[in-house]
Design a binder for this molecule. Sequence first.
Ligand SMILES: Nc1ncnc2c1ncn2[C@@H]1O[C@H](COP(=O)(O)OP(=O)(O)OP(=O)(O)O)[C@@H](O)[C@H]1O
Length: 316
Amino acid sequence: MEVVSPDADDSPALDVRGLNKRFGDTVAVANLDLRMERGHVLALLGPNGAGKTTTVETCEGFLRPDSGEVRVLGVDPVTHGERLRPRIGVMPQGGGAYPGARAAEMLELIASCSAHPLDPAWLLDTLGLTAAGRTPYKRLSGGQQQRLSLACALVGRPELVFLDEPTAGMDPQARRLVWELIAALRADGVSVLLTTHLMDEAETLADRVVIVDHGRAVAEGTAAELTAPHDGRQELRFRSQPALDLDLLLTALPEDCTASEIRAGEYVIHGEIDPQTVSTVTAWCARQDVLAHELRVDRRSLEDVFLDLTGRELRS
Ligand SMILES: Nc1ncnc2c1ncn2[C@@H]1O[C@H](COP(=O)(O)OP(=O)(O)OP(=O)(O)O)[C@@H](O)[C@H]1O
């Protein structure tokens, strides 16, 4: 039986069309389309329960879709999972390990299952885990467990790696290290599907971002596309002390401007932002005897786009 389609080499890293998956009455994924080119990093963002892990596990071949078409490196992960698995690396959410195994042993075991593994000692060193090599998995810190889990996903030299919240619980140094590693993978032509709750992670690493909510893609594009000004209206943002009297500021601005404090001490002015508007805002701040920090024009943050699309209320 044909396992890899004839044009498999040209096939995208990921091609998901009309994916549906429910668990009983819960719709986890609803008619989702996803596409990732080879050598790209695609970030899936979404609130808790949006369907990210379900999507990733379906692409990994661990879940069977109710309907829709999933191709990973040109291969159907459900019907031909055994052919796909040697070509992909999986870092599941919250690790996944033999709790009693020592870190180095575990990595060596996984390397021994691969045809052309990376050198486990080199990988431990790269991820700052050499000193923890003899420590049982359950005794590693949360951040060390995450890094070991990443090492396990990479040791088989995958063409495509699935990273489900790879830096969750890591300190800033470890996060930076992992970001550098992901950038290096991309430079080597490895494709990466990343789920994350960290907007800066998506912005820094991803070629494209897909925001999912209630199992559907609600926005897609590069981070720059997603955060570009829309409706012809621009934004001016600044930080200052909380609870400034914005009604007073509005009297000094053109009539079609709006002003709001979106988080304590974080202000957004919408409207036609020209040099005069910027000057009015800074002069007004000076009159209030407050400093406007981080004043910038034109760009919403990815977090604002995310919150605008998925709402600000807490998800269960
Ligand atoms: N095995 C399962 N049985 C029943 N319901 C499930 C199962 N797996 C996921 N779900 C439900 O499907 C929905 C999507 O879950 P999923 O884990 O894919 O979301 P997520 O976007 O990864 O969330 P998080 O950001 O919290 O990891 C949720 O409502 C979840 O409770």
